[in-house]
Design a protein around this ligand. Structure first.
Ligand code: 13P
Length: 255
């Protein structure tokens, strides 16, 4: 990351893991690791864990995020949670557009755009996930796919609103596979994302934006990835479920 210009954000995406009891325990273990860290620390927890997470994180500076929200304010959408509902219980962040939502739950670029809009309208901040599949990378269209996902998701988002958005570059082929993008690959795409933000908004906005890398980031590869100028933190799945591993990544981002 570019020190002095941006502060790294290390976010754990717990996905569909951890009960309420486990949430309280894990956050109490993360607390001392996050104390005095040189980066921001966040946990993205299942809906059922949000209350416990907010309670456990109180006073620690650890931010609590949801993993998704619906695009409507309310209505006949059985099984869904609105951005208003999240804001109402004190949540300030939500993930949007995670590749697992796109892959398993029919999320499209358009529904991602609608969810981003709903989250911003409700006053939430967003970690917006984009990234190419293995097939797309092999076809040499990584830049185009990421640009398309980003442009559509940010359709209608103002220069003021983009301050409430973190972009997470997560190559789908690197998620949960143990196959990390090389630091050079991560840097290349994160730099392209920043250049696109400069084009869509302006240089100042692009320079201030936090762009994370996600996909098998762990205690052993975090240093190298976070050393890159345009990688401003990580969105971490598996390695965020154990405090010790997560702590090492927080340390890497704090150097
Ligand atoms: P893993 O770190 O388990 O590869 O997951 C990455 C991810 O999807 C974070 O959102």
């Amino acid at each position: 990351m570019k020190k002095g210009v941006r502060k790294a954000v290390i976010a754990g995406n717990w996905k569909m893991n951890k009960t309420v009891g486990e949430t309280a325990r894990l956050i109490s273990e993360i607390k001392p690791l996050a104390e005095g860290a040189g980066c921001d620390v966040m946990v993205c927890v299942p809906f059922t864990d949000i209350f416990a997470a907010l309670e456990a994180a109180r006073g620690s500076g650890i931010k609590v995020s949801a993993q998704n929200c619906h695009w409507a304010e309310s209505g006949a959408f059985t099984g869904e949670i609105s951005a208003e509902m999240l804001a109402d219980i004190g949540v300030e962040w939500t993930l949007i557009g995670h590749s697992e939502r796109r892959q398993y739950f029919g999320e499209t670029n358009i529904t991602v755009q609608k969810r981003v809009r709903a989250a911003l309208n409700a006053g939430l901040s967003v970690i917006l996930c984009i990234g190419e599949t293995l097939d797309e990378r092999e076809q040499g269209i990584t830049s185009e796919i990421c640009a398309l996902q980003l442009k559509i998701a940010l359709g209608g988002v103002s220069a003021e609103e983009i301050k409430r958005i973190i972009i997470a570059y997560e190559p789908v082929w690197a998620i949960g596979t143990g196959k990390t993008a090389t630091a050079a690959q991560a840097e290349e795409v994160c730099a392209e994302i920043r250049a696109l933000l400069a084009k869509l908004y302006n240089t100042e906005t692009a320079e201030a934006s936090v762009i994370q890398y996600g996909g098998s980031m762990n205690a052993s590869n975090a240093d190298e990835l976070l050393d890159k100028e345009n990688v401003d933190g990580g969105l971490i799945g598996g390695a965020s479920l154990k405090a010790a591993d997560f702590g090492v990544i927080i340390k890497s981002a704090s150097r």
